[in-house]
Ligand binder design. Structure first.
Ligand code: APR
Length: 271
């Protein structure tokens, strides 16, 4: 039934895209689900197995940095085994072809960036690179001075081989320190209780406000300010297309809601 309804809605969605001068996409964990990355709130999602307040809050990091580091180290190791899927690739090709506007993502998994580089060939992938408003797990940031740096694994084994993440670091391993100020480094992601990078958020909101179409893909649309980005398009007179197997708080604001997986719907929608 869902596929039939989707087939009915697809022409209308494609017409909106063809008419749109400026398009922005907001993506969430759902677009990476087909890459094997667990979402947060679906059954079996990441939060189902962990309590966010134990792991992904600034309070937890300051209280118990090692536990938070070990969880992110596990996530880094897991994400190293995941690859962009057809949804990431279709979106990258679409924005490479437009050369402006683009993707705002809540995801920290780096899969949009990898898809942009893979699809761009020798063209600059910039147009398809996402604004990562929740940060990027593959980067470190100093918790004191904010200096960003490539991720350093928790420990280098005695034989000098770099750990690829995952597994328990030997007890007492020194946690990564900032080369500049010696402060504790942490993954460059927004933890619960932290503000988003205001410059990134402003770029995303400005892009959404001037867009006449916002593609909302794979997000439960419950976490603000990210969930407010499609509303900026709406308030600017634009429209929303939602791509999600489930209904969300944004569904009623969508001109078209395509019920399906991003990896299936996006190649059809954006061809
Ligand atoms: N294709 C498209 N959407 C999908 C797919 C799929 N294959 N599989 C699941 N979804 C949808 C689910 O129906 C759900 O609406 O993806 C959404 C995932 O929602 P969440 O797990 O809440 O993830 P997200 O919306 O990205 O969470 C937002 O919350 O915990 C914070 O920082 C975290 O960035 C995250 C933010």
């Amino acid at each position: 039934m869902q596929a039939t309804k989707r087939e009915a809605d697809l022409p209308r969605a494609r017409e909106l895209i063809a008419q749109a001068r400026r398009v922005v996409a907001l993506t969430g964990a759902g677009i990476s689900a087909e890459s094997g990355v667990p979402t947060f709130r679906d059954a079996g999602g990441l939060w189902r197995n962990y309590r966010p307040e134990e792991l992904a809050t600034i309070g937890a990091f300051e209280r118990d940095p090692r536990t938070v580091w070990e969880w992110y180290e596990w996530r880094r190791g897991f994400l190293a085994t995941c690859n962009p899927n057809d949804g990431h690739r279709a979106l990258a090709r679409f924005f490479l072809g437009r050369g402006e506007d683009g993707i705002v993502t809540q995801n920290v998994d780096g899969l949009h960036t990898r898809a942009a580089i893979e699809e761009a060939g020798d063209a600059p992938p910039d147009a398809a690179l996402p604004i990562e408003i929740h940060g990027a797990i593959a980067r470190d940031r100093c918790n004191e001075c904010g200096l960003r740096a490539e991720a350093e694994p928790l420990a280098v084994r005695d034989d000098g081989a770099r750990r690829t993440g995952g597994g328990e670091p030997p007890p007492g391993d020194p946690l990564p320190r900032c080369a500049e100020c010696g402060g504790l480094r942490r993954p460059d992601v927004v933890l619960f209780g932290e503000m988003l990078d205001s410059a990134l958020l402003e770029r995303a909101q400005t892009m959404a406000a001037r867009a006449d179409l916002c593609l909302v893909i794979g997000t439960s649309a419950v976490v603000y300010p990210a969930a407010g980005i499609p509303l900026a398009t709406l308030h600017g007179g634009g429209r929303i297309i939602e791509v999600n197997p489930q209904a969300t708080d944004l569904t009623r604001a969508a001109e078209v809601a395509l019920r399906g997986a991003a990896g299936e719907v996006l190649p059809e929608l954006l061809a």
